[in-house]
Write a protein that binds this ligand. Structure first.
Ligand code: HAM
Length: 472
């Protein structure tokens, strides 16, 4: 008893001393996340699925630096885009160079494609990219200042089959993660047909005093970037956008044919999509196909595609989906040339990993626990501990998933840990077994224990669990 009180007194004294130091705790910055061990199983799953699908469709992994010159984004994402005007983390470095933390992957990937002469390889070059990006967004659920994107870029392919392939991969990615999504799709045409469309759009907003009813941001957009009037988040602007002329009605013949082909491929593959006339995306480099991947609750997938076309604009659920899009992308045929390369068609998408993980958690989808082991090694006494440290390495090298608690002394707590690790068998080594040259195999479900020859333990385990895979 007295020992207990002494310990408690010590603890209290330590706590008091700790508080007296008045050390200000440093917390993480707003809008960024720590990924603790418990959450990593979701990351492993998402990264594994992304890598698996990318490989199957011939996309090869590449990475680019977090830091790039600020000009890269000003020139590609667009000087008037939200990303460049409001959201970029940028600074001037010690040499006076203007630097940005990448707010998206596409410009860096295209820069790298040009810089390393990837245009000399057989085209298209299909690239898979996964990494952190940074946007000074207003933090809220599903919106972070540092988040990760899984990107696929197909550079050098003009055929509409490339656009459809990307949307199909995005759809399979979500459905294989048991998440229901719907692709929102539109065409923003090419420089020629969009120019004509923009005149119609501007006239529409100038007519009947509509301009005066727009929000302040849209009034500026009308001059700088009228296309963005269509995807404003303000209700009154959305209501007006419903009646606005539609881009798809103004497409030139080539753009229309391209769009029809993309839709035909999607129909063939049975990919659920919604023709969304107000989807324009917030980045300057897109032409022709643009798309976003939204959670399916906004639009039940059992309704026919034609019936769904354009009927959901303005609903609160749609607004929720738009702001929490799981992914987005499109064609960007002018970007390579704009950044100094040869004229090269291209398309791609980016998926927000954190948003995917939030959805998996929301749906309580059970995950396979990769941390689970096959076997646990328990010991009694220091001599046994030394021996099982050697045995652990032997079994691990043979390909078994072995778990241990070398630092623990009590057999009871080791068995508890073995239970938590979900192993089928625990090997127990004590003084008696060392003397006899044996070891105990305990079946964790039945509790039955069997004595086996220490030298034959690996073969015994293999007999029970099957031979492990030694592949890297
Ligand atoms: P984006 O639509 O700006 O496209 O971003 C892609 C995805 O990143 C979004 O759909 C969303 O899931 C996720 N995301 C965006 N902002 C945040 C945030 N603040 N917090 C958490 N997740 C977020 C692009 O970035 C284009 N580069 C995609 C692309 C690739 N287009 C062609 N190729």
């Amino acid at each position: 008893m007295s020992k207990f009180f002494k310990k408690k007194d010590n603890q209290e004294a330590e706590e008091k001393a700790f508080k007296a130091r008045k050390v200000r705790l440093i917390s993480r910055l707003r809008g960024v996340k720590d990924i603790l061990p418990d959450e990593h199983k979701y990351w492993s799953l998402v990264v594994k699925k992304a890598a698996e699908l990318s490989r199957a469709y011939g996309f090869k992994r590449m990475d680019t630096p977090v830091l790039e010159s600020l000009e890269l984004y000003e020139r590609s994402s667009g000087r008037a885009s939200d990303i460049v005007t409001k959201e970029m983390f940028s600074f001037v470095d010690k040499n006076g160079e203007k630097i940005a933390l990448r707010p998206e992957a596409t410009p860096g990937i295209v820069r790298s494609y040009i810089e390393h002469g990837l245009f000399n390889l057989p085209q298209p070059v299909k690239l898979f990219w996964l990494g952190p990006v940074f946007r000074h967004d207003k933090p809220q659920a599903g919106r972070f200042r540092q988040f990760s994107q899984f990107d696929l870029e197909n550079i050098g392919e003009a055929s509409p089959v490339a656009d459809a392939e990307l949307m199909a991969i995005a759809y399979y990615f979500f459905s294989e993660l048991q998440l229901e999504v719907i692709i929102q799709i539109n065409s923003v045409g090419c420089a020629v047909c969009r120019k004509e469309y923009l005149v119609k759009l501007e006239n529409f907003y100038k007519e009947r005093g509509r301009r005066t009813k727009l929000c302040q941001t849209c009034k500026k957009r009308l001059v700088k970037n009228p296309l963005r009037l269509l995807d404003c988040k303000e209700k009154r602007c959305q209501e007006m956008a419903i009646g606005a002329p539609q881009l798809v009605d103004s497409l030139c013949e080539d753009c229309r044919n391209h769009f029809i082909k993309v839709l035909e491929y999607l129909d063939e593959l049975n990919i659920p999509y919604n023709l969304n006339p107000t989807l324009v995306r917030g980045l300057d480099y897109y032409n022709r196909t643009v798309f976003e991947i939204w959670p399916a609750f906004a639009d039940p997938p059992d309704r026919s595609v034609r019936e769904r076309a354009g009927d959901s604009a303005g609903k609160p659920v749609e607004e929720q989906s738009r702001q929490n899009a799981l992914g987005g992308g499109g064609r960007y045929d002018g970007l390579v040339e704009y950044l100094g390369g040869r004229p090269t068609p291209a398309c791609g998408f980016g998926i927000g990993v954190e948003r995917v993980i939030l959805k998996i958690k929301e749906k309580n989808i059970p995950l396979r626990d990769e941390e689970k082991g096959d076997l646990f090694l328990a010991h009694l006494g220091d001599q046994a501990r030394r021996k099982i440290m050697v045995l652990f390495e032997e079994l691990r090298k043979n390909g078994f998933k072995v778990r241990q608690a070398f630092a623990k002394d009590s057999l009871k707590s080791q068995l508890e840990m073995a239970n938590q690790a979900g192993v089928k068998y625990t090997l127990i080594l004590g003084q008696k077994e060392i003397m006899d040259g044996t070891i105990l195999i305990r079946d964790m479900e039945s509790g039955l224990q069997e004595v086996v020859d220490y030298k034959k333990v690996s073969a015994e385990i293999e007999k029970r669990l099957g031979s492990p895979s030694n592949k890297l």
